[in-house]
Design a binder for this molecule. Structure first.
Ligand SMILES: Cc1cc2nc3c(=O)[nH]c(=O)nc-3n(C[C@H](O)[C@H](O)[C@H](O)COP(=O)(O)OP(=O)(O)OC[C@H]3O[C@@H](n4cnc5c(N)ncnc54)[C@H](O)[C@@H]3O)c2cc1C
Length: 369
């Protein structure tokens, strides 16, 4: 009888019905909101933009040849074309500019490396990604590249703040955005529905980045905060390419202004910039550039990383209408658009969630429930 009364109270209070509640509007939540909109689904997004310390800090770089071995990145042939179409369509829909394709130039530091890349450029899978291999200086007025360097195409950057701002404006215009903390204690779960205050939804999708550690339903997942610091610098030149050697020098939408990044400090859980971070970035910048710079700002953030470097997405083991969309790691710009599309399709019963990103792959954690 008491339970029936509680249910009646909930139903009486319902004022808004949506398909999904999304918690967090970083790159993950933004891409998911757009993917659902494309499917004709209604969402309600909770976010605290002022507390964002990942998507808002990111240089927004996308680079199909990266990592220690400088190989083609995971699923590059699928993810990069998808991301390009996604951001260009989003620009048209949201009437904003945030997608900046441009090559990345990486100077060689030895003849061996130059030779290695000459050989690699014959590789059929890499050839489409290489704009040009320079065997002598091509940008010597800007960077130290006496031995030439490799110019990588299908690269560039997304102005993440403008992208997320444009998504937010669009959500606000349809009454689909609440700029406030989501209170996990207010969730009421029924078999096929979930309730939050006066809102009824089919499910809640958590896109909180490292904030997932405060989520009582999903705090057990393997999301490790990986601290990174960046510098914002001013240069006397406007560059038309990204430079990379030890660090990335990425243009921003503001003229003559660049982001230098980033550090990787897995064991640093401090919430502030450090003198060591600045020193490391400056050292690498000076080893790369030939021109003077002025530091405008130093920033810090946490990437939501997973030990096997894949996303962590899927359904809660017990509460079937609670979902996770997280683990974008160091590559949110390219991972979020494609996997938001896959995830939204899967929720609608179309397609499969790939095993290598499904939260279920962590069997020892998942089976404890
Ligand atoms: C220094 C640095 C440089 C980077 N550079 C790049 C790069 O060049 N290219 C690239 O692809 N990636 C880069 N990354 C990684 C990229 O930023 C991440 O992959 C991506 O931002 C993760 O996005 P997210 O939406 O999962 O998380 P977040 O961006 O952290 O978004 C989560 C959001 O959820 C909100 N939230 C959490 N809990 C709650 C709650 N209870 N209620 C309401 N809101 C909540 C937070 O406030 C936040 O706004 C970089 C990261 C860092 C730190």
């Amino acid at each position: 009888m008491r339970q029936l009364l509680i249910k009646l109270q909930i139903f009486a209070a319902i004022k808004t019905v949506v398909n999904y509640i999304i918690v967090g509007q970083g790159l993950a939540g933004s891409c998911l909101a757009l993917a659902f909109e494309k499917e004709g689904k209604k969402v309600l997004v909770f976010d605290e933009p002022a507390k964002n310390r990942s998507s808002a800090i990111a240089a927004g770089l996308f680079n199909p040849i990266a990592g220690k071995g400088l190989a083609k990145t995971w699923m590059a042939d699928t993810l990069f074309p998808f991301a390009q179409t996604f951001y260009q369509q989003a620009e048209a829909k949201l009437r904003a500019r945030f997608f900046y394709p441009m090559p990345i130039y990486r100077p060689f530091i030895s003849i061996e490396e130059q030779n290695e890349w000459m050989a690699k450029s014959e590789d059929n899978s890499l050839r489409p990604l290489i704009e040009k291999i320079h065997t002598s200086s091509a940008f010597g007025n800007l960077v130290q590249d006496g031995l030439g360097g490799i110019l990588v195409r299908h690269a560039g950057y997304v102005d993440t703040l403008t992208f997320m701002g444009a998504v937010r404006t669009s959500l606000i215009s349809t009454g689909s955005y609440l700029p406030r903390p989501f209170d996990y204690a207010k969730i009421k779960i029924e078999t096929n529905k979930v309730y939050y205050e006066e809102v009824e939804a089919e499910g809640i999708i958590f896109c909180e980045g490292v904030g997932v550690k405060q989520n009582p339903f999903f705090s057990w997942v393997y999301i490790n905060p990986l601290k990174g610091e960046t510098l914002t610098v001013r240069l006397p030149h406007q560059l038309n390419q990204i430079f990379n050697r030890g660090i990335y020098l990425v243009p921003t939408a503001k003229p003559y202004t660049y982001i230098v990044g980033a550090t990787y400090k897995p064991n640093d859980d401090t919430h502030h910039v450090t003198p060591e971070g600045k020193e490391e970035l400056e050292e690498k910048l000076q080893a790369l550039m030939n021109i003077p710079y002025v530091i405008e700002q130093q920033q810090w953030g946490f990437r939501p990383t997973v030990p096997d470097r894949r996303l962590t997405v899927g359904q809660h083991p017990v509460h079937k209408n609670l979902y996770l969309f997280n683990g974008m790691g160091t590559k949110g710009v390219t991972l979020a658009p494609y996997f938001a599309h896959v995830f939204a399709h899967w929720l609608e019963g179309a397609g499969k969630l790939p095993d290598e990103i499904n939260i279920k792959r962590f069997k020892s954690l998942y089976s404890k429930f």
